[in-house]
Design a protein around this ligand. Structure first.
Ligand SMILES: [Zn+2]
Length: 448
């Protein structure tokens, strides 16, 4: 495109791809993160375009970026949220350099291509492109928030920002990672909107016995053997829960209402979905709709020749939003046998999940955009089995609607998922153009 001044200007898509290449070349592997140079680069781009940009750090060299573009009239604050740090990459497992940034055969190559420098690049490019071309919100404010330290607990990133600078990062609507990659069921097209994240209620199950010499079994009462039958029962998982997002997902995919007075109907609706979309159920629908119990570590005797008087297993337990410690105890009792007095349960971590409603302006805007760009597709709510920065913003700001939505379709959900934290991570150029178009459209749709 040529401007009136005769200067060749890039299209938004080209600008986003170029910015992604640049970002992938900054090594922001966390730990240690070292997000400073990448954040300075982004701040410069946004400032040059007309944003007020600020870097706030909990630790020297690891800033978070907050950039604002205010409108003339009062109105909602729309935030583009992302994180610029990445997980490590073992170069020996990759067929190209994890810090390449090169564009090859329609893909931009490097660690962060999916999680989530692609979204950093498309959100920042869309915001900067709009502002540079003279757009200002007619009402409200556009905020760009790029955090550090997401991959190692957000203690220097989103959690710290929400706790220490709530007024700077407050927003009414936020778009973050966690959803947006297309999946198909029998030719029907769906874009997931991640409305929530599960909670983490890790606990230990502990059995007691009596120590004794390892050469004579009858001298002791082996706590490990007391724990073993309980451990074996964890092959089963608790039954599915009738969560709002789960019921809506079933309504839009299986195409029917679940009879909530009959617990068997939820199980059979999930089974119907499993028949037509087994991967979707295994990787997303089932985990999002149930308390999951995964034994990860076990500990018993300190010595090879001592019968253990105590044995413990750590259970990584993830819980749908709205459920807490009481429900976890109930579900565990259902699986391991009600109130087994020989087994103690002790929580190590109690972090509730949270979710935003799948209704309102942001949801309507997403459906409207899909109606223009992929008219046969449907938006469906999902809940992340894992964790992201969205959690901290929902927790800090009651009325803030936070969705994970990062639309892509060339690399669909099942093509993209193994690349996240995996080898040969990359983004499709066509997806980058698609995403950047969405963020640009969304800012204008919500803020005028
Ligand atoms: Zn991420």
């Amino acid at each position: 495109m040529e401007s009136s001044a005769g200067v060749v200007r890039e299209s938004l898509g080209e600008e986003a791809v170029e910015l992604l290449s640049e970002l992938l070349r900054f090594d922001t592997v966390n730990p240690p993160g070292n997000e400073g140079p990448a954040q300075e680069h982004l701040a410069g781009i946004l400032r040059d375009a007309g944003f007020e940009a600020e870097l706030l750090e909990a630790e020297p060299g690891r800033p978070n970026l907050i950039a604002r573009l205010e409108g003339d009239a009062p109105g909602p604050t729309l935030g583009f949220l992302s994180h610029v740090d990445t997980v490590p990459a073992d170069e020996s497992e990759w067929s190209f350099s994890p810090w390449s940034g090169d564009v090859v055969d329609g893909f931009v190559l490097g660690r962060g291509g999916q999680d989530m420098k692609d979204q950093v690049a498309t959100e920042v490019a869309a915001a900067a492109h709009l502002a540079r071309n003279g757009w200002r919100p007619a009402r409200g404010e556009l905020k760009v928030i790029v955090t550090a330290d997401e991959e190692a607990g957000a203690h220097k990133g989103a959690k710290w920002l929400c706790e220490n600078h709530p007024d700077k990062v407050r927003a009414d609507m936020l778009v973050n990672e966690g959803g947006g990659a297309l999946f198909e069921i029998e030719g029907r097209r769906f874009y997931p909107v991640s409305v929530g994240e599960k909670g983490v209620f890790r606990f230990k199950l502990r059995a007691h016995g009596r120590a004794g010499h390892g050469s004579v079994p009858s001298l002791g009462d082996n706590a490990l053997l007391r724990l073993a039958p309980t451990l074996a029962r964890l092959v089963e998982q608790p039954p599915p829960e009738a969560t709002p997002a789960g019921l809506e997902l079933l309504r839009r995919t299986v195409g029917r209402e679940v009879d909530q007075t009959n617990p068997g109907d939820l199980v059979s609706a999930l089974a119907e979905l499993r028949r037509i979309a087994p991967q979707l159920v295994a990787y997303l629908a089932e985990p999002m709709m149930r308390v999951t119990l995964v034994p990860t570590r076990i500990h018993a005797s300190e010595k090879d020749n001592v019968i253990p008087s105590r044995a413990e297993v750590v259970i990584d337990c993830r819980v749908p939003p709205g459920l807490g410690a009481d429900e976890v105890r109930e579900r565990v009792a259902e699986v391991i046998g009600a109130h087994n007095p020989q087994i103690e349960l002790e929580f190590m971590e109690e972090v509730s999940g949270n979710e935003s409603p799948f209704e309102g302006d942001l949801r309507e805007a997403i459906s409207e955009w899909l109606g223009e760009v992929d008219p046969d597709a449907t938006a469906v709510p999902t809940v992340m089995p894992g964790f992201s920065d969205s959690h901290w913003f929902r927790k800090a700001f009651d009325s803030c609607v936070v969705y994970g939505f990062h639309p892509q379709r060339e690399l669909d959900m099942f093509a993209a998922a193994p690349l996240v934290h995996g080898a040969d991570e990359r983004a499709a150029v066509s997806d980058i153009e698609f995403e950047a178009d969405f963020y640009s459209w969304l800012a204008q749709r919500i803020l005028g």
